[in-house]
Design a protein around this ligand. Structure first.
Ligand code: ASP
Length: 290
């Protein structure tokens, strides 16, 4: 299993909380796998934990949109039956990944905005207030950034903390999930790669599971996650992640990718200064960054 908490220039003082948050999420997900639970349950559990951790740009502690509202996107995919669920622009759901899971189990694949929230209420998914999602840290950041929104050159120097997880279970099934608040001071209604199946998340038992983070607009156009899983057909997981980064060249995009392939091998690669992640390989060896 492998989890991530964003890829950007994570400053020295923030690296410990990012690594620890990823390790805690990995431990919770791995516990599910150790009691023979499903990869789908493991990634949902890990990502829900990262959403609750205000260190990251997902769930509580997310960046605010231009209008001062937290708008959340998430996706989840099951590799054995290609079922997928995604939600975008939700503002009153504590754990968007849990809502995405309920969408996966329904006749829908993607729900957005008001309809997604009505579905959440009907499905009994835990609601929350904006007051709960918005932290003082992010309210202060927003007050500064609205005075002068970041340029594209500054984009990767400002915090990015999208989260994700990929798991391989004892039944041989792969699952992946991604969750984000999107970039700071985003246009209200803006949707990036994270809830787009094939862009921000993909899983197939035939190849691999992938979750990515970084410049979402580019990843949608590059169909990045899906192409990363294809790269795994011809290479070990780590080499496939390295190859996936080369696919970003035409758009000079930056980001990070995590993978678990059909052999249960993990991989992680990024072309940003740092990436927060934690992994456990098939032998039980733990690795973490930054
Ligand atoms: N990819 C996310 C988005 O574009 C942001 C991120 O990964 O930090 O919404």
């Amino acid at each position: 299993m492998i989890v991530h908490g964003g890829a950007w220039a994570i400053p020295a003082e923030a690296q410990g909380p990012h690594r620890d948050g990823c390790l805690a999420a990995l431990a919770l997900g791995a516990e599910v796998l150790d009691r023979h639970g499903s990869a789908l349950d493991a990634v949902e559990t890990a990502v829900a934990h990262l959403e609750d951790d205000p260190t990251f740009d997902a769930g509580r502690g997310s960046f605010l949109s231009l209008d001062g509202v937290v708008e959340l996107d998430a996706s989840i995919m099951s590799g054995h039956d290609l079922q997928a669920g995604a939600v975008a622009c939700v503002t009153t759901v504590r754990n968007p990944v849990r809502l995405a899971r309920r969408v996966l189990e329904s006749e829908h694949t993607m729900l957005v905005g008001r309809g997604a929230e009505e579905f959440a209420a009907a499905a009994g998914v835990e609601a929350c207030t904006q007051e709960w999602l918005v932290t003082d840290r992010e309210r202060e950041r927003w007050a500064e950034l609205v005075k002068r929104p970041p340029t594209i050159e500054e984009f990767f120097d400002i915090p990015r903390g999208t989260v994700g997880a990929v798991a391989f279970d004892c039944h041989g099934n792969i699952a992946a999930a991604t969750s984000t608040g999107g970039p700071p001071v985003k246009q209200p209604g803006r949707v990036g790669d994270s809830p787009i199946i094939g862009a921000g998340c993909y899983a197939s038992n035939d190849s691999a599971g992938v979750s990515v983070t970084g410049w979402g607009e580019a990843f949608v156009r590059l169909v990045w996650s899906y192409r990363a899983t294809l790269a795994s057909l011809e290479r070990p997981a780590q080499a496939a992640c390295d190859h996936a980064l080369s696919l970003l060249a035409p758009l000079q995009a930056r980001g990070g990718v995590i993978m678990v392939d059909r052999n249960g091998e993990v991989g992680v690669a990024f072309n940003t200064p740092a990436m927060a992640f934690a992994s456990r390989d098939g032998n039980g060896a733990i690795a973490a960054g930054p």
